[in-house]
Design a protein around this ligand. Sequence first.
Ligand SMILES: NC(=O)c1ccc[n+]([C@@H]2O[C@H](COP(=O)([O-])OP(=O)(O)OC[C@H]3O[C@@H](n4cnc5c(N)ncnc54)[C@H](O)[C@@H]3O)[C@@H](O)[C@H]2O)c1
Length: 339
Amino acid sequence: MKILITGAAGFIGSNFMYYEMQKHPQDDYYALDKLTYAGNIKNLDGLKDHDNFHFLKMDIGDTEGIDALFAKERFDIVINFAAETHVDRSIADPSLFLKTNILGTANLMDAALKYGVKRYHQVSTDEVYGDLPLGRKDLFFTEESPIRTSSPYSASKASADLLVMAYMRTYGLPASISRCSNNYGPYQFPEKFIPLIINNARHDRPLPIYGTGVNVRDWLYVDDHSEAIDLIVRKGKEGSLYNVGGHNEKTNIEIAKIVLKELGKSEALITFVADRKGHDLRYAIDPRKITTELGWKPKTKFADGIKKTIKWYIDNSKWLDDVVSGEYQNYYARMYEGR
Ligand SMILES: NC(=O)c1ccc[n+]([C@@H]2O[C@H](COP(=O)([O-])OP(=O)(O)OC[C@H]3O[C@@H](n4cnc5c(N)ncnc54)[C@H](O)[C@@H]3O)[C@@H](O)[C@H]2O)c1
């Protein structure tokens, strides 16, 4: 099978590439990425010598480019991870989020329909459900929970989901959608919470915590998300929507303390900063559907996953330094351009 993975040089996309190519080495993989500030071709270094790995630097919104690519390669499966993903950036300027996350998705689906892709999968987020109150541990997001977005980021992801549903119903696009909770693991851009606090802690810099740090996220190790997507695209029913989450709720302050303890640093580094506008209070996923239908269960316990993750960033401090300094952006030009 020929599989197109968009956003493959980002955090989850690159982890998925390693997971999937190891699990299904017989398939042919096309990793597509625009290499925005969040995309790092170095993340895929370990795959570049495989004959069944191909990299394409392209924008999912490039109508002619995407059409020509689909016409040439005739993909069996398309998995769309590509997106603008940082909530704070979406609050500062929503426009690129609308362009990439909504119009880019439509562009991919147009090509998928035209060239007979057998499964289009949209990687979405639990943030489309808005938030749950703190102190109501009985409440969870199910696949039937209403869409109730809080940020321009989540609104753009929800809009894309609605378009996917419309393409399924109106044009018969064979598609599926997954809505996952917060991921953690290697290769995450250090503007996001966990790598950011690991990076600051290792330099003894203050750890900025929004508000009072009580916001709750349902953390899932990235490989467990990859396994869920692998199961959905290969075994999940066409037209279905699955929530993915591991019943692993932690407040931001708890996470900060765990990271500081693991690195042997003082809790005095915790610094409270002005809260994010519209900051969601609590996300919590009910994953019963994917567990019942596809037998998916998270394999990594948080205590182990967070240790493994912290160790990865410390062992790969050069990766962190290059990302923070912007050096990674020169790497593609050095390695690939003019070849
Ligand atoms: N990180 C999480 O906790 C989480 C949770 C649930 C869902 N998601 C979803 O998973 C997907 C991947 O998230 P991530 O955390 O890996 O994000 P990321 O920001 O690390 O990676 C996004 C990737 O998409 C690429 N990209 C951006 N615009 C593009 C365009 N126009 N054309 C082609 N490529 C483009 C970027 O270069 C980058 O490599 C997103 O769709 C996100 O909404 C993320």
